[in-house]
Design a protein around this ligand. Sequence first.
Ligand SMILES: Nc1nc2c(c(=O)[nH]1)N[C@H]1C(S)=C(S)[C@@H](COP(=O)(O)O)O[C@H]1N2
Ligand SMILES: [Mo]
Length: 251
Amino acid sequence: MTGLVSRRNLLVGGGSLLLAGCDRVSSSPTVRETLSWGERASRSAQRWLIGDRQALASEFTRADLSPVFRVNGSTHVTAADYMRHAANGFADWTLAVDGLVAQPLSLSLGALRAAPSRTQITRHDCVEGWSAIAEWTGVPLGLLLRRAGLSTRARYIVFHCADSLAGKPYYESIDLVDAFHPQTILAYAMNRAPLPIGHGAPLRLRVERQLGYKHAKYVMRIEAVESLSGLHGGKGGFWEDAHDYQWYAGI
Ligand SMILES: Nc1nc2c(c(=O)[nH]1)N[C@H]1C(S)=C(S)[C@@H](COP(=O)(O)O)O[C@H]1N2
Ligand SMILES: [Mo]
């Protein structure tokens, strides 16, 4: 991160030096055109260095799928309600979408599977230093938020999970740029099979421009909020509250 910032500063510095040196000749139309092209190029280089929040994460092919994809964090859920749903194949489980929305939703797994879907083969990067590639299929989060009629007051989307770690419920949150990013999906399938319990059945978040801990598993409820301060420890996520992990974990 600091590497990027300092490279950007170097670039910006270099650019202004160059422009200062050319000021004297900028009355010539040809030179003026060259400069404006240069400025455009420099702006897009900056955008590349800073990172474009809308850009897509790399996608891979089936030949790239990892033979082993580690199960990390919670491997299962012991909450009675969840165990009952799991025993029943999540047949009468529903996802709640509420908070700052015009129309709260309650969606069965069948309804989610029947909605328009996106399939993507992406690399998961855990902060602990391992990565793995898998194919994910799910409903674009933006589609559900549009269906629920997101309020203009909403600034964050919170994912409430069924599991707890060290007695604290797992939760995560993202902003609206990531919520409406085309690769942000609620996945119900992994490698073309129903999402296994270890990987977050029946539904987990894929937010491909961020690190692994943001990809909430066992998502039970999605809440639109104006502020994160009233939730749990106030830092927007389990790891953010517990260990000061960064809330924005961009990769
Ligand atoms: N509900 C919940 N979501 C979670 C976790 C967890 O413990 N509980 N662990 C996170 C971390 S640190 C990672 S790396 C990934 C692991 O996903 P996987 O088990 O499919 O590899 O899930 C993330 N989402
Ligand atoms: Mo992780």
